[in-house]
Design a binder for this molecule. Structure first.
Ligand SMILES: [Zn+2]
Length: 256
C-alpha cells in the first residue's frame, strides 16, 4: 500500500539489449544512440553509477543514496556487452550484467513462458573471454541462474542447483566472489527466494513492485520509447510511489 508521504527507493534500471531489434520483442532493445543519450541524462543530473557493493549497502541499510543509480543488463548477449562497455567507460560509469552462467559462449533463445510471442529474444551469449573484457572495462557481474529457467516453475532441487551452480561457474571464470542474483523473467516466489539465499548470495534483484526483501529487490525496465521526462521519473527514486499514485488517481477519476 502506498503511503501518503513520498518514499524514495534506490533506482535500479533494467536493460536487456543494445542495438536495432532484428526480431523478437522490440521492447527489449534500445539503440546505442538512445543508450548514450540515457547516460548523458544520468550525467546531467549529477548521479553516480553504483557498484553492486554500494547498491547492497543502500538496500541493506535502507538508506537510498540521493545521487545514485544502479544500471543493470539482463542475459549477457555478446553484442550488448561489446556495445555498452565503451559507452560506459567513456563516461567512467559502472553497470552490472546478470549472466545465465550455463549459457556462456552459446547461442540462446530466451522465450517467455506463456507469453504472447514465440521468441522473446535470441542470439549468442558472451563467452568467458568477453566476460573478462567486461570486468576489465570496470563493469560487474551477477548471476542470472544457470539456464535461464523460471525458478517458480521448476522443482525446489532444480531451483537450488540453478542458483548454486551458476554462482560456482561464474566464480571459476572470474576468480572473484559472485554475491548477487537476478531472477530469470523477474519471477520469484518464497521457494525461489529461499533457494537463492541458501546458495550463499547476499541479495537478489527482481522487477516491480518494490519490496523491502533483500531477495526481491525492485528494478524498473527501461523502454526504447522512454521520454526524458519518464526516464527522469525513473531516476528520481520516486517512480514506484508516483506510479502507485497515478493508478490511484486514475481509479478515483473513473469512479466519479
Ligand atoms: Zn533474463
Amino acid at each position: 500500500m502506498t503511503g501518503l508521504l513520498p518514499r524514495r527507493t534506490l533506482p535500479v534500471l533494467m536493460y536487456h539489449r543494445l542495438g536495432r531489434c532484428p526480431g523478437g520483442d522490440p521492447q527489449l532493445w534500445v539503440t546505442e544512440q538512445t543508450f548514450a543519450r540515457h547516460l548523458q541524462w544520468i550525467r546531467q543530473r549529477g548521479l553516480r553509477t553504483l557498484s553492486l557493493d554500494e547498491a547492497y549497502e543502500c538496500f541493506s541499510s535502507n538508506s537510498p543514496a540521493k545521487d545514485a543509480v544502479l544500471i543493470t543488463f539482463d542475459d549477457a548477449f555478446a553484442e550488448t556487452l561489446e556495445r555498452a562497455a565503451p559507452l560506459l567507460q567513456e563516461l567512467e560509469m559502472r553497470s552490472t550484467v546478470f549472466v545465465p552462467a550455463g549459457l556462456l559462449g552459446k547461442r540462446a533463445t530466451l522465450a517467455s513462458q506463456g507469453g504472447s510471442y514465440e521468441i522473446a529474444t535470441e542470439g549468442p551469449i558472451v563467452d568467458e573471454e568477453g566476460l573478462r573484457r567486461w570486468i576489465d572495462a570496470g563493469q560487474e557481474v551477477g548471476s542470472h541462474s544457470l539456464t535461464h529457467s523460471d525458478l517458480t516453475t521448476v522443482s525446489p532441487e532444480t531451483a537450488s542447483a540453478e542458483a548454486a551452480r551458476s554462482k560456482r561457474r561464474l566464480e571459476e571464470v572470474l576468480d572473484h566472489p559472485v554475491l548477487d542474483f537476478c531472477y530469470p523473467f523477474a519471477h520469484h516466489d518464497a521457494e525461489a527466494r529461499r533457494a537463492v539465499s541458501e546458495a550463499g548470495y547476499r541479495a537478489a534483484y527482481a522487477g516491480e513492485p518494490p519490496t523491502e526483501d533483500l531477495f526481491a529487490l525492485p528494478r524498473m525496465m527501461v523502454f526504447p520509447d522512454d521520454t526524458e521526462q519518464r526516464y527522469a521519473r525513473k531516476l528520481s527514486g520516486f517512480y514506484y510511489w508516483i506510479s502507485a499514485w497515478h493508478v490511484r488517481l486514475t481509479r478515483a477519476s473513473r469512479r466519479r
